[in-house]
Design a protein around this ligand. Structure first.
Ligand code: XIL
Length: 356
C-alpha cells in the first residue's frame, strides 16, 4: 500500500513539475506506468477489481505478493470461510475466526471486503440440512444467521463501503422456478425477505445482493430474477444489487450479457460480476485457445464497463493453481488470468483492454 501510494505521488510530481531535473539513474522515478487490474478498473470508474481467496494459499509467497498488491486487487471475497458451515457449525454457535483472518487481511491492506454468503443451499452444516424445522423455527434460524453474520463484519473494514455479497445465492432453477431446498421447501420464497431484512438491520450501510449463476444472458432464469427483484422492491424489501457469477466457458460467452445487465440496472439495482472465471471445455488451451480466452475476458469486462451501474468485478481466484475449476491437461480447465506458475496469461491483457 505504501509503495503504491508512493508511486502515484512521484508520478504526479513528474507530470506536474515537468521542469524538475531528476537524476536519470533514479530507479523509482523512471518506472514506466505499471498496469494492474484494479488500477484499470478504477480508471474506468469502477469501485474495484477483486478476487476470491482462501487463507491456506497464503504461505505461497508468490501468490500472496500478487494478492496483496492493491494495483491488482482492490476487493477480497472469502472463497469459503464466511459460509454457513464455517460460521454457525452448531445452532446459535458462531465461529468467525476463519472469516476474521480474511477481514483482517482486508483491513491491513486497505482493500474492500465482500461478504459471501448468508443463505445458500450448499456448504451448510448438517444441523441445517438434516434439521426438521417448522416454518417459524426455520424463519428464526435464517434471521439469526443473517443478522449475526452481517453484524459481525459491520464497520470492520478500511472503508465504510462494506459490500455484503450474496445475501442469498442461487435461489432459482434454470427454468426460473424456485430451487427446492430446505429453505424454499419449508418457508416458500419468504426466506428471501427474511434474510434481506435481517441483513439490513445488522448493517444498514452494507449493500445487499442476490447472487446467482446462469443469469449472465437473458433467458428464463434472468427473467425470473428480474420479476423477483420487482416484487421485492414493490414490497419494500431491501435489495441493492444483483451478483452475476460468470463461471463461463471459453468460446461460449452469452451475447446478451450487456443488455441483461442493463435490464437489471433498469430495475433500480446495481450489478456486479461476482465470480468470474472462464474454463476451457470444448477448445484446447494452446496459443489459439489462449487468444480466444483473452478475447472472451475482454468481452465480459467490456460489458461491465459499458454499464454504468456495473460497479465491479470479482475473479473466483486469479490463478489456475488454486481455481476451484479442476484443470485436466491438455484440454480442460485453465480458467484464470494467471497460470499454474503464477505467470500472467493473455487473459490478463484482455481484462486490462476491456476496461479501456
Ligand atoms: C466454491 C469454492 O470456491 C470451493 O472451494 C468450494 O469447494 C465450493 O464452493 N458458486 C459460489 C461459490 O457461489 O461459493 C462457489 O465456491 C463456486 C460456485
Amino acid at each position: 500500500m505504501v509503495g503504491y501510494r508512493c508511486f502515484f505521488a512521484l508520478g504526479a510530481t513528474v507530470v506536474l513539475g515537468g521542469a524538475l531535473a531528476l537524476p536519470s539513474s533514479h530507479p523509482t522515478l523512471y518506472t514506466r506506468s505499471r498496469d494492474g487490474l484494479n488500477l484499470a478498473a478504477k480508471a474506468a470508474k469502477k469501485l474495484y477489481l477483486g478476487t476470491a481467496t482462501n487463507a491456506d494459499q497464503w504461505n505461497d509467497t508468490v501468490y500472496y505478493s500478487i494478492l496483496k498488491d492493491n494495483a491488482e486487487f482492490g476487493q477480497i471475497t472469502a472463497a469459503n470461510v464466511m459460509k454457513w458451515f464455517d460460521t454457525e457449525p452448531e445452532p446459535g454457535v458462531f465461529t468467525f475466526e476463519d472469516g476474521d483472518v480474511i477481514a483482517d487481511f482486508v483491513k491491513k491492506t486497505g482493500k474492500k471486503l465482500r461478504g459471501h454468503n448468508c443463505v445458500w443451499h450448499n456448504q451448510l452444516p448438517d444441523w441445517v440440512v438434516n434439521g426438521t424445522f417448522t416454518p417459524s423455527e426455520l424463519a428464526f434460524v435464517v434471521e439469526r444467521h443473517c443478522y449475526e453474520l452481517v453484524h459481525h463484519y459491520q464497520g470492520q473494514v478500511y472503508e465504510a463501503h462494506f459490500l455484503t455479497g450474496s445475501v442469498h445465492t442461487e435461489a432459482l432453477n434454470d427454468d426460473g422456478t424456485f430451487r427446492s431446498d430446505i429453505f424454499y421447501d419449508t418457508l416458500n420464497s419468504t426466506y428471501i425477505p427474511i434474510a434481506l431484512r435481517a441483513a439490513r438491520r445488522a448493517d444498514p450501510h452494507a449493500k445487499l445482493y442476490i447472487n446467482d449463476y446462469n443469469i449472465e444472458g437473458t433467458g428464463a432464469k434472468s427473467t425470473a430474477l428480474k420479476n423477483l427483484i420487482k416484487s421485492l422492491k414493490r414490497e419494500g424489501v431491501p435489495i441493492d444489487g444483483v451478483g452475476i457469477q460468470c463461471h463461463l466457458t471459453v468460446g461460449e460467452i452469452p451475447t446478451t450479457l450487456q443488455q441483461n445487465m442493463e435490464e437489471f440496472a433498469a430495475l433500480g439495482v446495481e450489478v456486479a460480476i461476482t465470480e468470474l472465471d472462464m474454463r476451457f471445455l470444448n477448445q484446447t488451451a494452446n496459443a489459439e485457445g489462449l487468444a480466444q480466452q483473452r478475447a472472451d475476458y475482454e468481452t465480459v469486462i467490456k460489458a461491465c464497463n459499458a454499464v454504468e451501474k456495473c460497479v465491479g468485478v470479482t475473479l473466483w481466484d486469479f490463478t489456475d493453481k488454486y481455481s476451484w475449476i479442476p484443470t485436466t491437461p491438455p484440454d480442460e480447465g485453465y480458467p484464470c488470468p494467471w497460470d499454474e506458475n503464477l505467470k500472467k496469461k493473455p487473459a490478463y491483457d484482455g481484462i486490462i483492454q476491456g476496461f479501456h
